[in-house]
Design a protein around this ligand. Sequence first.
Ligand code: BG6
Length: 512
Amino acid sequence: METMNPLRQDLPPAAVPQPCCVVLFGATGDLTQRKLVPALYNLARQGFLPAGFTIVGAARRDWSDDQFREEMHAAVSEHSRHKPVLPEVWRDFARNVFYQRVRFDEEADYAALRERLDTLAARRQTPGHRLYYLATAPEYFAPVAGHLHAASLVTAPHESAWSRLVVEKPFGTDLASARELNRRLHAAFDESQIFRIDHYLGKETVQNILALRFANAIFEPVWNRRYVDHVQITVAERVGMEGRRGQYYDTAGATRDMVQNHMMQLLSLVAMEPPGAIDARAIRDEKLKVVRAIQPLVGPGATGAWVRGQYGPGTFARQPMKGYRQEEEVAADSRTETYAALRLYVDTWRWSGVPFYLRTGKRLPKRLTEIAIQFRSPPKAMFASAEQLPQAPNQLVLRVQPDEGISLSFEAKVPGMRMKLQPVRMDFRYGSSFGGDSPEAYERLLLDAMLGDATLFTGADEVDYSWQLISPLLDAWSASEPPSFPNYEAGTWGPAKADQLFPEASSHWRRL
Ligand code: BG6
């Protein structure tokens, strides 16, 4: 445990990255402070970063290096998973941290940035490898990439000094804007240099889906339509619109914010065929086939179904809670959905006819992400009797967060003189099996980007196909009658209508 051994090391990476410079665009923003710099500090603390590693914060404000270092020290103190900040580690780390003012639309600022990066590389005797991280507002993604290219800050893939670009979400707001963004990024960077981040792929338990499925022989034979009745993927959040979050969220909604990216990734990992190897190419290819095989949600041939919701006022632990439309920066007549539930079909040989149910929402009763595989019932009800409840189908539940683990439920005989059955669980918990905490998603992903390993990043095609599925749904929503929002109370499990997604009365959402 952390308190017993403050220097407990995480499992080290297979390789240490080459000396490189991480340029953080949007360095004064929330993501840099809450996630990126704490993640880099934690990597440094564990000795996972190379000598000569450099961070350059780039943003509009006119800060000095020291001012940036001070701000980052405060950010790491507050947000690092390792507390307190170790003074000797921080001293070494802060020596590698610099700040350069860059107004994202000012061509001249990129020339100045280039000079600064060249000087730093020469002084620190590093070979000029650069990772540009776009932690800016999305409207700057394409302009920054374009300016970097125009200022000769981007090397070609075959050159010895590498350039890579990490792009945050949202990756477009619909199919057309995602395509346009891809087009503009590709004008500046080769696809092999672009790392589209989806932080769900950095979560230990999400990567464990691959281990569970492909490092064990017992699951794969039953992982298909013959044995699986349906799959439920839930990403429930307790949070609402903290602070000024409504400003972004009211333009996005649950489907853009969570379904198009994070939930599609979870679905792809669960549904994909075994890849030829655990590498970027093979895994991306298989995930892509899943997204391409999802049946359309609207229009001709549509087989799926959906429910959208928005929270109204409610209570949490007896505390009154605002409705979404009363939140800061949210329109008083907003039609944005804070809840979405979908029934999807992945039309492949393996999954034909098996429904995948996805649900996500804000202001639900708890924070919980899980994937539940529900198996078919036995062909004959051998133990049916008057006192016997209907048998619960076997469920394999992958708990992504919190309380990470995997459980398998099955029927067992209750001890005694009669044959009475009751569901029980076999449980694996990360905490008790491995101890300690897992690295933050951003630690793993930043390290992988520095190493050039794109396995846990999203390819351009994947983004395109997931928008091909989601965009028509969003279009249909905006063209239809305004929904009667709000339709669920804050602190409840979403609109009642979501239960109707299950065509059979015997199936329903898991009670969590
Ligand atoms: C982000 C969304 O991508 O993921 C947020 O924009 C959401 O709205 C968050 O709260 C959830 O991430 P996590 O890691 O807390 O499940």
